[in-house]
Design a protein around this ligand. Structure first.
Ligand code: SF4
Length: 442
């Protein structure tokens, strides 16, 4: 007689939310309205990666989805009660230890676990000590094999696709797993990776070469997304939108049909591209994050993104003139940074035309060229483990400051640039810019 396998179930878990170890900074963040707002928005973003994998589940598989910020016993019990065939966990570097804790606890209770994401892609052997299987790189090409292997109790230790995933074959993400509560923000991906290779960034390497998603696929996903959440606020899950070769108007046309307002990340060169400037706002873009990175240092790998500050600011002004606010992204602690240069950064940001700013500490995420270089140079702080790799804690020895000077300097930068007055000033700039925006005008 043929044995009948029970109906399989996969539980998806993403460890989400911002993390900070430094107590003074954590306390300061709680009191600064600009930071609080951004942290809240980020923690609301669903894991597009896991929802997309769920879209590939064979029909007989049931599925559940969790977004805890950390390990909790109640979560473990909830998952065990589902009697899952497999639990898939995804986490970034700062939360990976929480993911390992959950994974270890599940395995103790004989539940198979697969781990995936950027961190385990960079550190697969470390991750393999905490789970049954590790996905190295993109999950889509290997997902159905993993499910079948889990069902047949024959999971392999590592899964790695032979070729980059064809984004034209992407499934529709399972937005239904988010339940009925509408999110402040939803995510949509129009491309994967980046053609550049900035030293501190893993976007251009860890998930394979740069690819654009075909327009008709974006359209299908937008229809599904807007059915779940009409007229949404979108955060494009792209690393550098418009960095490819496609006609931007094709993307604008499809985005405009969703009647969404969207945020995205791009590089300053879009401010010199008339085809982008003429269609960006009308397509619903309200804010774009642009990496200025540092006033002191130009990172290797920046390619044609490398430019004088004056030219970048002219491009940013051109973008803001169209009604789209620019969030200027700065990295503190680059090579050459000193206590005095941090003062100059504050002066620049307090008087700049930027409608918003994001200031993070240089963080050598594993898998990046920066991490490898600092490791080679013996400059990683050994007793600061993965929870410190969160963009807000110092993890390496700076070249021209002590660790304490960088910590204190970063604290002062944040305190001044996100003060009530400075935040109000940027809010005023944003309002002036958005008065020019076709969506807000009407
Ligand atoms: S341009 Fe942006 S996304 Fe591309 S490699 Fe540099 S930092 Fe990463």
């Amino acid at each position: 007689m043929k044995s009948v396998l029970p109906m399989p179930h996969v539980t998806l878990v993403t460890l989400s939310g911002l993390r900070v170890v430094s107590k003074p900074l954590l306390e300061l963040g709680m009191t600064l309205p600009g930071l609080r707002r951004r942290a809240g928005a980020l923690s609301e973003l669903p894991s597009l990666g896991l929802l997309t994998l769920a879209g590939l589940n064979p029909p007989e598989w049931s599925c559940s989805y969790y977004e805890p910020s950390r390990y909790r016993d109640e979560l473990l019990e909830k998952i065990l009660a589902e009697n899952p065939t497999l639990v898939a966990i995804s986490a970034l570097t700062a939360s990976i230890e929480q993911a390992y804790r959950l994974s270890d606890a599940l395995r103790k209770r004989k539940v198979p676990v697969v781990l995936g994401g950027l961190h385990v892609t960079s550190c697969p052997d470390e991750a393999a000590q905490h789970c049954n299987a590790v996905v190295i790189g993109e999950g889509e090409p290997v997902w159905q094999t993993i499910l079948e292997d889990a069902r047949q109790s024959r999971l392999q230790q590592y899964y790695k696709a032979d070729a980059p995933f064809d984004l034209g074959q992407a499934p529709i993400p399972r937005y239904d797993l988010l339940g009925d509560r509408l999110r402040q923000r939803m995510t949509l991906q129009t491309e994967r990776g980046c053609p550049f290779a900035c030293e501190f960034c893993g976007a251009s390497r860890l998930l394979g070469k740069f690819r654009e998603k075909p327009i008709n696929q974006i359209q299908r996903e937008l229809v599904a997304l807007t059915t779940h959440a009409p007229k949404p606020w979108l955060e494009l899950a792209d690393d550098n939108t418009f960095a490819g070769q496609r006609d931007p108007q094709e993307l604008f046309d499809v985005l405009a049909t969703a009647e969404a307002r969207y945020f995205t990340e791009a590089d300053w060169r879009i401010g010199e591209n008339p085809a982008i400037l003429s269609g960006l706002a009308a397509s619903g873009c309200v804010q774009v994050l642009i990496g200025i990175e540092s006033l002191e240092f130009r990172y290797p790998g920046m390619g044609t993104k490398q430019a004088e500050l004056k030219r970048m600011l002219a491009a940013i002004e051109a973008i803001q003139n169209t009604g789209v606010a620019v969030n200027g992204c700065m990295i503190v602690g680059a090579e050459g940074e000193t206590v005095q240069s941090l003062d100059r950064l504050v002066e620049f940001l307090l008087h700049s035309p930027l409608a918003e700013v994001q200031i993070t500490l240089q963080t050598p995420f594993p898998g990046t060229t920066l991490y490898n270089r600092l490791q080679r140079e013996g400059r990683l702080i050994e007793d600061r483990g993965w929870p410190y790799y969160n963009l807000f804690d110092v993890t390496y020895y700076p070249d021209r400051m002590t660790v304490e000077e960088l910590e204190a300097g970063y604290y002062e930068v944040i305190k001044k640039v996100f003060s009530v007055e400075a935040t109000a000033r940027r809010e005023k700039i944003r309002k002036q810019i958005w008065r020019r925006h076709p969506r807000f005008r009407s």
